[in-house]
Design a binder for this molecule. Sequence first.
Ligand code: FDA
Length: 396
Amino acid sequence: MSLQHLDVLVIGAGAAGLMCALNAGYRGRSVAVVDMGKKPGRKIIISGGGRCNFTNQNANPDNYLCQNPHFVKSALSRYTQYDFIDMVERHGVEYHHKTLGQLFCDNSAHDIVEMLMTECGWAGVQVKMQSEVVKVAKVDDGFIVTTSGKDYHCQSLVVASGGLTMPKLGATPIGYKLAEQFGLTVLPTCAALVPFTLHDQDKQRFDGLSGISVDSVVSSESGVVFRENILFTHRGLSGPAILQISSFWKAGEWVSINLLPDEKVYDKLQSLRQEAPQRALKTALSHMLPKRFIERLYQAGELPEKNLNQLSNSDCQSLHDYFHDWKIKPNGTEGYRTAEVTLGGVDTDELSSKTMESKKVSGLYFIGEVTDVTGWLGGYNFQWSWSSGWAAGQVV
Ligand code: FDA
């Protein structure tokens, strides 16, 4: 089989790989990107409900989980959200701010892929689809990479093969396997930004609530707090607040949900008791939270069948505690099938935070989701792909 010589070979035509490739190409390096999929940027295309939440105006190192929290600082500060927004604007991609600093395409996530592919074209990068990497060998002057198409010899090898989420979209463990092959530590992985599944009794308790969403403050046992919506689904609990907290949740732990973060339930019930003493508690609560939800809690026998004037102070306190600290113990998560990202991955202690190069193997780089860097929900994960891809692109 023929052997193509390159300066740089990038594994993975996703967000990180394309960003790295185009930057290396502009530096005059000969660059190819290989990817097993039919089309580049498949996760970009499905992201953000098809509109790609491509970055977050507030992105900063505090929005990332990583065993070494300092690791992300260098790349995020040298290629920021504003650098990416500049590129988006130069290409005339229209976008809008949705909420909490999240930026989405007005039209379609395809605009972002088209922009990256256009830049790759300008930078002279070859993008080879339907090329699965099957083997990598180290040689004196670089690496030999065997793909299902052809073999490559490269000086720098960049692993941008992503995590394990959405196996349907071509997620493979190749990045972790390559890290291990070269003696790098890979930290245990698990699904993150992922809906919770419930134990059977909770599934019955919430049967029929699918589609109901409640603005809540959700806290993990470790004390991490997010305020966004929770959403009841056929399978369990989802919604942005639940996805966020899932990254901090460990099997067997509770999550606490404040279902009425803008009220003080005790005070509210006291004043309602004065205003409308004959009103049923159920009716009063149905004005504060979705009616179907309150009905379900009554059917489950969790709330007293009383009028407001029958409530004692201690009843008001119990209801206050119940709604402000509604506890759920998830059965598990939906796993990689529906998760947005993979927690864990290539240990960042193995990599230079400036270049993403392996400290042990010169010329070997890891960028994007394959590294032990996981962003919050809200465009932070793409920003890590852009920043880490850019950082490697300056030096490969
Ligand atoms: P990515 O997974 O994008 O790319 C890796 C590439 O490597 C793939 O194209 C794959 O085919 C290829 N590959 C794997 N093994 C290979 C092999 N053996 N040979 C050749 N190629 C191989 N983030 C965000 O910031 N905003 C958002 O709106 C969303 N939305 C979202 C929705 C959904 C449904 C998911 C699943 C994820 C998101 N994300 C997100 C997360 C975001 O998509 C993710 O963090 C980035 O795509 C990671 O980019 P990478 O380039 O690291 O990997």
